[in-house]
Design a protein around this ligand. Structure first.
Ligand code: SF4
Length: 382
């Protein structure tokens, strides 16, 4: 059994970004305090069936995501980490990540977070262009980003990931290049790169629909992806997953669990879990409802999916292909007793001819072009 990861969802932000469709709401100190108590209770009373429990060797990654987990106080963070350590076997070398938004922390809180065991920061820089930040409704400007990054380094964070978004309405390739200049001058150990998705019902969707902001240009976004990969590769980063790059040795151990079929257990509203075998489950999405359920000593799990053998085969391919190192056909054969080449001969030939995937020996890999059109490739295996 592989080591498990723990995901803890913190659903509070200082303001709502115009493109956001995550389960998150406005921060208030009383709501955060009540929520942390519910989370600690959910973690402490967490059970899966005893057989599985006996198989969990260790937890070796913990991830505080959101929302804006950096709005937690050190005391609240300690409450949650203590709950995890009491309920799970946490290995000494655990990667403990916190998503941190610029402008939400002081040198003092960062020093406390570090002391409590946070050893990786996932930093929501998004863009260094103040106009773009304002249009996205972000609560920070680029000076906040530079300052908070300095605080992170001063507090001893030597494993920092930047989130960057490309394909924003009105964004140009020249503007994107400037963003990259800024990001690479700071040399974070890791970069997560997203193409903007405009979700129906968000303020950004309404702005675009009513012509207040231009429609994002998908071709330009693809060009930005290429530019990003070229620049990052020149700067020594490895493109290890469709949307993620890192300096050698700094891949996200937690997120890699999602792509390699390792178990992970999610806590908090809207959190998802996977037992590493054939079961996925999800918690209540609504924050208030989640707290009420936990306070009444009930389980917040609202959906459980038992994966069929076919589901597991499909997942193994479309998650495994996300890793740019490739997907082992022999491992697939061993695990599922099936030959992917035989079963998907037509699709594979089509994608190889179109230059979207490569097949070398045992490994099936997305090409760069395939990484950009990955949804099209994955659809063939579902
Ligand atoms: S900081 Fe993240 S989670 Fe919070 S509103 Fe903005 S996009 Fe959504």
């Amino acid at each position: 059994m592989k080591n498990a990861g723990i995901y803890i969802h913190i659903p509070f932000c200082r303001s709502r970004c115009s493109y956001c469709d995550f389960a998150t709401g406005m921060y208030s100190a009383p709501a955060a305090e009540r929520y942390v108590a519910s989370l600690a209770k959910e973690i402490s009373s967490w059970r899966v069936d005893e057989d599985l429990d006996a198989q969990i060797e260790n937890v070796d990654t913990i991830y505080f995501g959101g929302g804006t987990p950096s709005l937690l106080t050190p005391a609240q963070l300690k409450t949650l980490l203590d709950a995890v350590k009491t309920r799970f076997r946490v290995s000494a070398a655990t990667e403990v990540t916190m998503e941190i938004n610029p402008g939400t922390v002081t040198p003092e809180t960062l020093a406390e977070f570090r002391r409590l065991g946070i050893n990786r920061a996932s930093f929501g820089a998004q863009t260094f262009d103040d106009g773009e930040l304002a249009r996205l409704g972000r609560s920070h400007n680029s000076d906040d980003t530079r300052r908070t990054f300095r605080y992170l380094r001063d507090a001893g964070f030597d494993n920092v990931s930047f989130d960057l978004i490309a394909g924003l309405p009105g964004q140009t390739v020249a503007g994107w290049q400037q963003n990259l200049d800024e990001a690479f001058s700071l040399m974070p150990e890791h970069l997560s790169f997203y193409l903007l998705e405009v979700h129906e019902g968000t303020p950004l969707w309404n702005h675009i629909k009513s012509g207040i902001q231009p429609v994002p240009d998908e071709d330009l976004a693809a060009e930005m992806y290429e530019v990003m990969l070229d620049r990052a590769t020149d700067a020594g980063y490895e493109h290890y997953e469709i949307s993620n790059l890192s300096l050698p040795g700094y891949e996200s151990r937690h997120n890699t669990k999602y792509w390699t079929g390792a178990p992970y257990y999610g806590f908090g509203c809207s959190a998802h879990s996977y037992d590493g075998l054939d079961q996925r489950w999800a918690n209540e999405r609504d924050l208030t409802r989640y707290m009420e359920i936990v306070e009444q000593n009930d389980s917040p799990v609202v959906t459980t999916i038992k994966l069929t053998a076919e589901d597991r085969r499909a997942e193994a391919v479309f998650l495994g292909l996300r890793m740019m190192r490739g997907f082992s056909l022999n491992n697939y054969q061993r695990e599922f007793g099936a030959d992917l080449r035989e079963n998907h001969e037509k699709d594979l030939s089509r994608f190889i001819e179109a230059g979207l995937i490569e097949c070398g020996g045992d490994l099936l890999k997305l090409t760069r072009a395939g990484a950009l059109l990955s949804n099209e490739v994955f659809a063939a295996f579902v």
